[in-house]
Design a protein around this ligand. Structure first.
Ligand code: ADP
Ligand code: MG
Length: 260
């Protein structure tokens, strides 16, 4: 199987301080990957390097087996879509217009949208249960709905790879599960590679094929949830003691902090 994303020994810094150090990893096509790590450990910076918003100081990135430097932005947008953490929309667009923006890599300049664009937008909205919201302004909907609209716009790009930066951090538990179930369905049924940052260790363990655990700009561990989320790794990275509890209907142990 080929790799959706290959990151080869990249380094990145915003100023003097190195924010990513020697990041080396391969993400298989069709995988569901969660990136975990404390605040400031470099998760967002890594995603921004992968989607070409930032350029590594050293090292190389391949997307869909092509050197990222050699993929034009419009081409990249057909392969990879990103739902950023702070996808603020400051104008009075309708939900429908926002999802239609996802079609831009396929549209010719000064041409209006095609029948195919309309069909794909409708499908993306049905998939994310946002079709009923289509005439509302983006400001009139809830945080959970907005998150689904941002994902719908990403799906309108018909990507093979979907990057999500903390897609559930603002949501209540029901909406968190809804978004993760949606990602899982897109992963399983549409074969979209999912790469998402998350804060909830247990949800990450439950939904992901693989976990990337970051610490201070470096990879602490990458692999199956049960091999990465050990007591020792969590203690090292988060500095807290945890207990791993085996639950009957969970493949992976449930992780709870030990109260002092
Ligand atoms: N635009 C920026 N300019 C300067 N430093 C930044 C910028 N964005 C992030 N950083 C710094 O880079 C480090 C990693 O940040 P980030 O990738 O956002 O971490 P995470 O997403 O894991 O919380 C932090 O120390 C943060 O302060
Ligand atoms: Mg972040």
């Amino acid at each position: 199987m080929s790799n959706a994303v290959e990151v080869r020994n990249i380094y990145f810094s915003y100023g003097y301080e190195e924010v990513l150090k020697n990041i080396d990893l391969s993400i298989q096509e069709g995988a569901f990957i969660s990136i975990l790590g404390p605040n400031g450990s470099g998760k967002t910076t890594l995603l921004k390097n992968i989607c070409k918003l930032l350029k590594p100081l050293k090292g190389e990135i391949f997307v869909d087996d092509k050197d990222l430097n050699k993929i034009a932005f419009k081409e990249l947008a057909k392969i990879m879509a990103v739902a950023h953490q702070d996808s603020n929309v400051n104008f009075e667009f309708t939900v429908y217009d926002i999802v239609m923006m996802g079609r831009y890599p396929y549209q010719k300049r000064f041409k209006s949208e095609s029948e195919n664009d309309v069909k794909i937008v409708k499908r993306a909205m049905e998939n994310t249960e946002t079709w009923a919201l289509r005439e509302k302004s983006i400001h009139e909907i809830s945080g959970g709905e907005r998150q689904r609209v941002i994902i719908a716009r990403a799906l309108a790009q018909e990507p093979k790879i979907l990057l999500l930066d903390e897609p559930i951090s603002q949501l209540d538990i029901k909406h968190q599960i809804n978004i993760l179930n949606l990602c899982k369905r897109l992963n399983r049924e549409e074969k979209i590679t999912i790469i998402t940052t998350l804060h909830d260790i247990n949800l990450a363990a439950r939904y992901s094929d693989y976990i990337l655990l970051m610490n201070k700009g470096e990879i602490k561990a990458f692999g199956l949830p049960e091999s990465v989320l050990t007591k020792e790794n969590i203690q090292d990275v988060y500095g807290i003691e945890v207990k791993l509890i085996k639950l009957d209907d969970y493949k992976v142990p449930y992780i709870v902090p030990v109260s002092s």
